[in-house]
Design a binder for this molecule. Structure first.
Ligand SMILES: NC(=O)c1ccc[n+]([C@@H]2O[C@H](COP(=O)([O-])OP(=O)(O)OC[C@H]3O[C@@H](n4cnc5c(N)ncnc54)[C@H](O)[C@@H]3O)[C@@H](O)[C@H]2O)c1
Length: 312
């Protein structure tokens, strides 16, 4: 008999709540929404609300809230949003010292309670947090991944679709590199149903869209005083689904490089294939000289962040 999957969501805040809603609606498995003891009521309340939502919408999922790590035991997938989000004027890197301590604690517990899980990290600064997750858990690189590229690419897709007046469904785009100001929208691979966008718009327009994409998270923080959560949650769910259903999706994600693209001992956004084996491979694509130079710059920024983290 196939058993139901178990999905543990660490952090029951804005993204955590939306992750739970999506996982339940898609019936990916039973959901445990975990938060610190002070926020246990929030986790339990959201869980109950979402179980009642199942009666309205007609989905089958057990959803529970907790601050007890024992309840996360044996999860197939763990998605980590624990930490603090940005406030207006802050960069993702400003969150390093607070969130690093939180991630270390979360990673110790995942190692102890969910030793077989596929772990998707969302907390910022993303590349440093996912690196720390792998370091503390000691899990194989295939089972620890960071979510950023799917979200950043979605932002690029939207801005391109709006500019071109086409459906967002037809726009394909890929953003690689670190999840920060140095991210690298790979415009040579942006197409509308196979037609390179470079044939459809001027360089000036494309450059403006690339700039808006890199600041896409900050634009939302400025508007609402905290980070985005709908698209980040959907992006992580697409990665969880790819693992649980062995979809073999090719997605941009922060993966552990051991020589790929010339980087070693570094988590950075690269194209990967996600299936039942987790991050089954890193796909090496050809980049223009300018794109590779930008990726190198982004890798250097991530490395700087890791060095700062190592001192904390
Ligand atoms: N990777 C991305 O693309 C991306 C996009 C958006 C936001 N983020 C990041 O995701 C994180 C979460 O964002 P949010 O909007 O959900 O924030 P939020 O404040 O709404 O939720 C975070 C939750 O984590 C909880 N938490 C704190 N310490 C914890 C611990 N030790 N164990 C378990 N839970 C703990 C908090 O109590 C809070 O409920 C932030 O760091 C944000 O910057 C990343």
């Amino acid at each position: 008999m196939p058993r139901r999957h178990k999905i543990a969501l660490i952090g029951a805040g804005n993204i955590g709540g939306e992750l739970a809603a999506l996982a339940a609606r898609e019936e990916l498995g039973d959901v445990v929404l975990f938060d610190i003891p002070d926020k246990e009521g929030l986790a339990k309340g959201k869980a109950l609300d979402l179980e009642q939502n199942g009666a309205v919408l007609g989905y089958d999922a057990k959803i529970s809230g907790t601050s007890n790590w024992d309840h996360c035991a044996g999860a197939d997938v763990v998605v980590v949003t624990a930490g603090v989000p940005r406030k207006p004027g802050m960069s993702r890197d400003d969150l390093l010292s607070i969130n690093l301590k939180i991630i270390r604690n979360v990673a110790e517990n995942i190692k102890a309670k969910c030793p077989e899980a596929f772990v998707i990290v969302i907390s910022n600064p993303l590349d440093a947090m996912v690196y720390e997750m792998k370091k503390v858990t000691g899990f194989p690189k295939a089972r620890v991944v960071g979510m950023a590229g799917v979200l950043d690419s979605a932002r690029l897709q939207l801005f391109l679709a709006r500019e071109l007046g086409t459906s967002v469904k037809d726009v394909r785009a890929m953003v690689l590199g670190g999840h920060g100001d140095t991210m690298v929208p790979v415009t040579s691979y942006c197409t509308v149903n196979g037609v390179p966008v470079k044939q459809l718009m001027s360089k000036e327009k494309l450059d403006a869209i690339v700039t808006r994409t890199a600041g896409g998270g900050g634009e939302i923080v400025k508007l609402m005083g905290t980070s985005a959560y709908y698209a980040p949650a959907s992006a992580a769910i697409s990665m969880a689904r790819a693992f649980l259903r062995d979809e073999k999706r090719l997605l941009p994600a922060a993966a552990f490089c051991e020589g790929e693209y010339g980087y070693r001992d570094l988590y950075i956004g690269v194209p990967v294939v996600i299936g039942a084996g987790g991050v089954e491979k890193i796909v090496t694509i050809e980049l223009s000289a300018e794109e590779k130079a930008n990726l190198d710059k982004s890798a250097a920024a991530v490395r700087e962040l890791l060095e700062a983290g190592a001192k904390l």
